[in-house]
Write a protein that binds this ligand. Structure first.
Ligand SMILES: [Zn+2]
Ligand SMILES: [Zn+2]
Length: 160
């Protein structure tokens, strides 16, 4: 069920592909001191085109440009892109890892308990961390990870 719904979602996003020009992707890679390679361009493009996609979906999307790319190559590129901060890895509990290209804004996520769809939620105050503790116990806190759980509009209408 989860998979079916997710694939439907990513097919809708497919029509909006190429939201980022290849020259911009090259610029992003160079800005992060990464050499521009075909796999890196294709994976970064796939993550931009499919926000919150899991690794399997990113492999499929990458193979539309680079049919011969291996699973391992995509994993390696995702790790490299995540390490330099071009891609953010999220993993809501009970979900496989997801990747997104919206980075650096400390946004949060809303997850549907029923179909697993993930939506972005802007930070409540705009800067990290957006939750201020009553007692930080001496920790220097730079991030608060918030996940909102519930039901997406599609799931709340179909099951009521
Ligand atoms: Zn749902
Ligand atoms: Zn997000």
């Amino acid at each position: 069920m989860k998979t079916t719904r997710f694939l439907t979602g990513s097919r809708q996003v497919d029509r909006l592909r190429c939201v980022v020009a290849e020259s911009d992707l090259q610029h992003l890679l160079r800005g992060a001191a990464l050499r521009v390679t075909r796999p890196r361009l294709a994976v970064l493009d796939a993550v931009h085109a499919h926000p919150h996609a899991d690794t399997e979906s990113i492999i499929q999307a990458t193979r539309r440009h680079l049919p011969d790319v291996s699973h391992q190559a995509v994993y390696d590129v995702l790790r490299a892109l995540t390490e330099v901060g071009l891609v953010r890895r999220i993993q809501p509990s009970g979900s496989v890892a997801r990747y997104e290209a919206r980075v650096g804004d400390n946004h949060h996520h809303m997850v549907c308990r029923s179909c697993g769809v993930i939506a972005d939620v802007d930070c409540a105050t705009g800067t990290a961390p957006c939750l201020t503790m009553s007692d930080d116990q001496g920790f220097t806190v730079d991030e608060a990870e918030v996940t909102y759980w519930g039901r997406c509009p599609a799931c709340s209408t179909t099951s009521s």
